[in-house]
Design a protein around this ligand. Sequence first.
Ligand SMILES: [Cu+2]
Length: 472
Amino acid sequence: MQNFNFKLATGVLAALSGALALTSSVAYAASEANLPVVQQELVAPPAMPAPITRKTPARVVVNLTVEEVEKEIAPGTKYMFWTFGGTVPGKMIRVREGDTVELHLKNLASNKLPHNIDLHAVTGPGGGAAQTLIAPGNEATFTFKALASGLYVYHCATAPVGMHVANGMYGMILVEPKEGLSKVDHEYYVMQGDFYTAGAYRTEGLQNFDMQKAIDEKPTYVLFNGADGALTGKNVLTAKTGEKVRMYFGVGGPNLTSSFHVIGAIFDKVYTEGGTKYQENVQTTMVPAGGSTMVEFVPKVPGNLTIVDHSLTRAFNKGAVGLLAVSGEPQPEIYSQGVKTPLAEVAKVAAPVKAAVVATDDSGLARGKSVYERICSACHLPDGKGVAGVFPPLAGSDFFQQRPYEMAHIVLHGRSGELVVNGQHYNGVMPAQDLNDDDVAAVINYINVEMNNGKPVLTPAQVKDMRQIKSQ
Ligand SMILES: [Cu+2]
């Protein structure tokens, strides 16, 4: 009964939207008939379609297909995403201010639900929602003029709208100003979204949508580009020092506002709210649900820059983390390695012991100590005791002691997900460390000898072999 009504309603709406599409294309036909026709290039995020070099308006034909697809939301956890073009976020549309956009929206016959699209770049009621509302097995065509430059969110606006958006139905359309955008070395497309699954964070298997969690605005996942790990591991973004990076960042929501931040970078320019004016030298910018920003910066020192929502439990406990891996020569005058020394009164007691360790060192322990202090101590703390529930201990760690040799995998490839150390649960992200074979062997040996009463277990040659294996 319910099913019957639903089918009837969408049928009527599809017919209605067909009629509307016809009227609008007729209205445009007279004034826009002579425009050259350009086919929109569609690429998967974080890639962007190529910058526009045209100096005159065109009629840009966009073919977007709604696909309901089951994909990994986290390693081992699946989710039924509803998408524009098979990806979350949906494919980026890139046009020039003054262009006429001819949008074709297909709803695959194999889909289960009606969908449509509301583009914030449209001037007019509903942003195209009524014209494009179609049941599975239909195509809608809607034409609009991109009057104002800026970066705009688009999303599905079919009831229940919050649910369609929560399932991944959002993307962006960039309307370049007439004069174009300045040239940069890298353009990346990243969107944040909040996801509401029946099971807890990283519960394995196919997860259902939880409407009550969505209404309560208590997401299970807060993600960049639709998956826990979409911008980490083998998917990290990359740049070289001195290269200019522009990120097109949006928030699909449906609910959360992002405190968008890149740890270790200062944005040279932030095009606030995706508009035409920019603010300079910004640390964190606020991006509302259904809003966007363009940020530009030039990484100056090598290393991993971590992309987060600075509402930090979202980053550490719900997945909102990405990495921009920067390669290049160290710049000690901008960013030094630093020096750490014990306080005077501690030094008096500890100094002779420390000297002894270095003096008797013949297996890279001094080197391991220096790597540890420089890198690992920031999270696992100088004494290796960690922070309960956040950074697991390396000193006296049962996890480490079980297979000290295997720990090199964690340093080489990073680690995330459920972990139990000395009975305490952890669920964080340790980024892969950019260290050479000598340093990895040395730091593992140092931790095993100095913090776990063990013996040296690794040689640089073994680390070299382990690099090839992507286990753990
Ligand atoms: Cu939809």
